[in-house]
Design a protein. Structure first.
Length: 267
């Protein structure tokens, strides 16, 4: 359905540009609303499913990889459509009735589309999209590695866990009993998750345990099967390639001016 909506928008705006229809603020808003409908649908469907899958990698709801490719492809096309880019560019050039605020916002959108490859020649576009798709896979893998790497450690001295709320202690104590059934000695397996580690830092009175909690959290996914270090290296390499294709020295030079312009527009 999203592809159908997107293709219809491209046809509509392409026809308007070719027929040199008078382009004004209302025309542009109507077309952008259709693109927002795609955003809304994806936010209500794919985003929750993708989050669910990042938490539980054993779920088998559908062929995730093929759907992820289709979503990435749609998002890339939508953000880098040369037809829509030309349409927006025409409105900015020939739309004297645009309000200053609207012109600034749409100008930012045009710059973002340019950074997404909308103004690239056809010969460079396929390489650009391949890099973007590879980056999308790597960034998803980075997030999944973090979600799959919640650290834990054992505590045997009750003085170390002083201050931790009772319901957490029960959970950690039950985890210890499951790991060591029949063991008469007391102990706790402190499991750190994205949702509880801040709470544990807040209530734990033992300074050494606070340091241990913090260190284990910030160094997760940095070794073993879910090691993110090679993923980060690949992401940095592809970001440099992406920025160079667009004519920037590096990824930072590409991103900072855009964020600065958005901030100035909001101010």
């Amino acid at each position: 359905y999203c592809y159908e909506v997107f293709n219809q928008v491209e046809q509509d705006v392409g026809k308007k540009v070719q027929e040199k229809v008078k382009l004004d603020q209302r025309t542009l808003l109507n077309e952008l609303k259709s693109l927002d409908d795609i955003n809304y649908l994806l936010e209500r469907t794919w985003d929750p499913l993708n989050h669910l899958l990042s938490i539980d990698r054993d779920l088998e709801l559908f062929d995730e990889s093929s759907l992820d490719d289709a979503i990435s492809s749609l998002q890339s096309k939508r953000a880098s459509s040369p037809i829509i880019f030309e349409f927006i560019d025409e409105v900015l050039r020939d739309g004297p009735d645009l309000s200053p605020t609207f012109r600034a916002v749409i100008g930012t959108l045009r710059d973002q589309m340019k950074q997404n490859g909308a103004s690239l020649p056809q010969s460079s576009r396929s390489v650009f999209h391949r890099i973007r798709q590879d980056l999308s896979h790597l960034e998803s893998k980075f997030t999944q590695n973090l979600s799959s790497s919640d650290p834990y450690f054992e505590v045997h001295d009750s003085s170390e866990i002083r201050g931790i709320p009772p319901h957490f202690l029960k959970v950690f104590g039950d985890a210890y009993k499951r790991r060591y059934p029949g063991n008469v000695s007391s102990g706790w397996i402190v499991e750190l998750t994205t949702s509880n580690w801040i709470t544990l830092l807040r209530y734990t009175q033992n300074e050494k345990l606070r340091r241990k909690i913090y260190y284990n959290h910030v160094t997760r996914a940095s070794h073993g099967f879910n090691d993110n270090l090679p993923v980060i290296s690949d992401i940095l390499k592809l970001r440099r390639e992406l920025s160079e294709i667009l004519g920037y020295k590096n990824f930072t030079e590409m991103k900072i001016p855009n964020k600065k312009k958005v901030s100035e527009t909001l101010n």
